[in-house]
Design a protein around this ligand. Structure first.
Ligand SMILES: Cc1cc2nc3c(=O)[nH]c(=O)nc-3n(C[C@H](O)[C@H](O)[C@H](O)COP(=O)(O)OP(=O)(O)OC[C@H]3O[C@@H](n4cnc5c(N)ncnc54)[C@H](O)[C@@H]3O)c2cc1C
Length: 392
């Protein structure tokens, strides 16, 4: 039987929002249960679109949604704050600047990821990463400064050829070509990936297509090389090549949120919460881990699931159901990943999408990717939110 009745969700990203919304649906009318959502900001960020404000092809306001626009206060109590520690034994959450902890009966950890620098000398100090609105604003400003300060060959180096690196490189190269005239033509964009192909985890055909499309936009793609060292003006590669840069954007890896490890929770070597097939934390069954901050495996293959927004949404829904099942005495369900269409743009007009059953590329894929945020707004806040966003 539940004695304390707060279900606390940490993080208002894809996983956390989905968990909070599903819980509020399942537990409609249960006055004895309170759902509390804690997030560092009072808005939800569409992380999958961050490359656009970073290049300046969209504004930050286009990819954030204030929580009050789609979360009903009666159903979900929101606390704006930064989580500093989780005490599993006492079932308490600590927030920055708040002396009194917040207690929970059930907890959903959906705190996303942080950039992983793999201990590479100079990398953290000199690179920029793209993981929130502030970092996107910082990259945008730096790109504009570089383009306006008369540098003879502005060189933009992107480390990491996963989703973030590929989309950012494509968007930047396309923007330089279309909008920056002579200065754009003189600029160089280099994408460096340590694996032998871009987009590890996706099919070979898709990876080859991504490389070709990037190259057509003028991006120099280097695969199978490691970043060994970074100084304030150059990147040193395992091939012996030294690349002077104007901006270095690092998208070479992510780890689970540092709060987890700092709180002494059991994580994998990449700092992701260890969870079982029901997404319950291995150290406490009333704690669930979802999204980028958890090591979620596909039960069919026992392999980790690619950290994506769609996966985080599915985890959030699965964790919500299992909490509801526990409270109401129903059997819990093993998390089963379902249909995931990964859609990626390369510049404004090209892209590709891939799911288990089909592939799509070119302009249709770019079109689908453009529609995804609208579909998502509808899922978040129904027609009312979609209309508001379209009229913005
Ligand atoms: C540029 C880019 C492009 C991408 N493209 C795609 C794509 O095309 N398709 C795709 O599926 N995925 C894509 N991804 C990956 C996808 O965005 C992530 O997998 C997804 O955001 C993970 O969701 P999440 O809920 O785990 O975490 P997040 O969405 O990162 O949410 C975590 C939340 O926790 C909050 N938080 C963090 N720490 C604290 C704290 N200490 N206290 C309080 N709050 C905190 C954050 O502010 C945030 O609101 C992309 C990512 C990037 C960066």
């Amino acid at each position: 039987m539940v004695t304390t009745t707060d279900i606390v969700v940490l993080g208002a990203g894809y996983g956390g929002i989905r968990a909070a919304q599903q819980l509020s649906k399942y537990l409609t009318g249960r006055q004895d249960i309170r759902i509390v959502l804690i997030n560092r900001q009072s808005y939800h960020t569409l992380m999958t679109q961050l490359y656009e404000p970073a290049v300046g092809t969209k504004q930050c306001k286009d990819i954030i949604v204030p929580l009050q626009e789609f979360l009903s206060e009666e159903k979900v109590s929101f606390i704006e704050g930064t989580v500093t520690a989780i005490d599993i034994a006492k079932r308490q959450i600590f927030l920055e600047g708040e002396a009194a902890p917040i207690s929970f009966a059930y907890l959903v950890v959906a705190l996303g990821s942080r950039t992983e620098y793999f201990g590479i000398e100079g990398l953290q100090e000199y690179s920029r990463s793209l993981n929130d609105i502030q970092s996107a604003k910082g990259i945008f400003k730096r790109v504009q400064d570089i383009l306006s300060d008369g540098t003879s060959t502005p060189t933009f180096v992107i480390g990491g050829g996963g989703l973030t690196g590929v989309e950012f490189a494509g968007e930047l190269a396309d923007y330089l070509k279309r909008a920056r005239g002579e200065q754009g033509a003189k600029s160089k964009v280099l994408l460096i990936e340590s694996a032998n192909q871009l987009l590890p985890g996706m099919s070979e055909g898709t990876c080859r297509y991504a490389k070709r499309t990037l190259e057509k936009l003028g991006v120099e793609v280097l695969t199978g090389v490691l970043v060994k060292k970074v100084t304030d003006d150059a990147v040193y590669l395992s091939s012996g090549k030294i690349i002077p840069y104007s901006l270095l954007m690092w998208a070479g890896g992510i780890s689970g949120n540092s709060v987890l490890k700092d709180s002494g929770l059991q994580t994998d070597p990449r700092g992701r919460l260890l969870v079982n097939q029901f997404l319950q934390y291995v150290g406490e069954p009333r704690v669930y881990g979802v999204g980028d901050s958890a090591l979620v495996k596909d039960p069919a293959t026992d392999r980790p699931i690619l950290p994506t927004a769609q996966a985080a949404l599915q985890h959030g829904a699965a964790a919500a159901y299992n909490i509801y099942a526990e409270i109401t005495g129903l059997p819990k369900r093993i998390y089963q990943p379902s249909f995931i269409l990964l859609c990626i743009t390369i510049g404004k007009k090209q892209g590709f999408g891939e799911s288990e059953s089909f592939k799509i590329k070119g302009a249709p894929a770019a079109c689908i990717k453009k529609l995804i945020p609208h579909k998502y707004f509808y899922t978040l806040g129904g027609f009312k939110l979609l209309r508001k966003r379209l009229l913005k």
